[in-house]
Design a protein around this ligand. Structure first.
Ligand code: CO8
Length: 259
């Protein structure tokens, strides 16, 4: 698949999605958002794609929304772009396959919001994070006011959103915004190792776990665990459950068919 601002390749089931507008630090313009949306639709349908890894070309992951483009928008156009980005990030969050953000550099504003829509975030030691929108006279509009407090808690989210402070990978790890920090030259191999580990597990079980976590987080606890029981039952009815338990009993490696 060929796009103007994003590189896409499928390496043995791992879709590598590289934001490729380094001259603008991979900022999201409308065109790039459209391309990302197409990629998610495509990867969802392509059964050969098992896991997606997102990263950025050059020194940035994604430096946010394209400020030059944003500065020309009327109020209602701004609202439309906010809604469009939110819809695309919902798609990213809810694709039925695991997603990993391999954050190589700046993950600011919309770039941080995008990373938060992925399932797992790993950061290079040189990554930088922040929601600096208030410096531009706006607030995060692609889910930042909602996903950041869900990930790091209300107080810290307010601190970083009100101050616009840019912080490093160590702080991102300390507050739970990223799951791992690695040396810059180990970022992609670490992301691939995580992807391969997930791929060795029962695919339907992983998909059910994702749905259960994502859906449960917008429910009260009782409804969430009820949802979990149904997702559990789905995994229990799969051939993969028979294979997984048989492999354990027979002391061999499971060979999951994803059914
Ligand atoms: N948009 C457009 N261009 C950008 C962006 C951006 N977000 N970030 C960097 N660039 C461009 C620069 O303009 C520059 O271009 P040029 O070479 O033509 O002058 C090039 O990328 C390189 O950038 P710098 O020279 O600034 O690089 P530095 O290493 O000196 O600085 C920084 C790097 C600190 C990342 C700096 O570029 C910066 O502060 N960028 C802006 C970060 C930011 O504020 N992001 C948040 C944007 S707002 C947002 O994301 C809201 C999302 C919700 C939108 C809702 C709908 C509208």
């Amino acid at each position: 698949m060929k796009f103007k601002n994003i590189l896409y390749e499928n390496n043995d089931g791992i879709a590598l999605v590289t934001m490729n507008r380094p001259e603008a630090l991979n900022a999201f313009n409308k065109e790039t958002l459209g391309e990302l949306s197409e990629i998610i639709d495509f990867a969802e349908q392509d059964a050969s794609v098992k896991v997606l890894i997102f990263t950025g070309q050059g020194k940035s992951f994604i430096a946010g929304a394209d400020i030059a483009e944003m500065s020309k928008l009327e109020v209602l156009e701004g609202r439309d772009v906010a809604l469009k980005g939110q819809a695309v990030f919902f798609k990213v969050e809810n694709i039925g396959k695991p997603t990993i953000a391999a954050i190589n550099g700046f993950a600011l504003g919309g770039g941080c919001e995008f990373a938060m829509s992925c399932d797992i975030r790993i950061a290079s030691e040189f990554a930088k994070f922040g929601q600096p929108e208030v410096s531009l006279g706006i607030i995060p509009g692609w889910g930042g006011t909602q996903r950041l407090p869900r990930l790091i808690g209300k107080g810290l989210a307010k601190y970083y959103i009100y101050t616009g402070e840019i912080f490093n990978a160590e702080e991102a790890y300390r507050i739970g915004l990223v799951e791992k920090i690695v040396k810059a030259d180990e970022l992609m191999t670490t992301a691939q190792t995580i992807a391969k580990t997930i791929m060795s597990k029962a695919p339907v079980a992983v998909k059910m776990a994702k749905g259960s976590i994502n859906n449960g987080l917008s429910m009260d606890l009782k409804s969430g665990v009820a949802y979990e029981a149904e997702a559990y039952a789905t995994s229990f009815g799969c051939a993969d459950r028979m294979e997984g338990t048989a492999a354990f009993m027979e002391k061999r490696k499971a060979n999951f068919a994803g059914k």
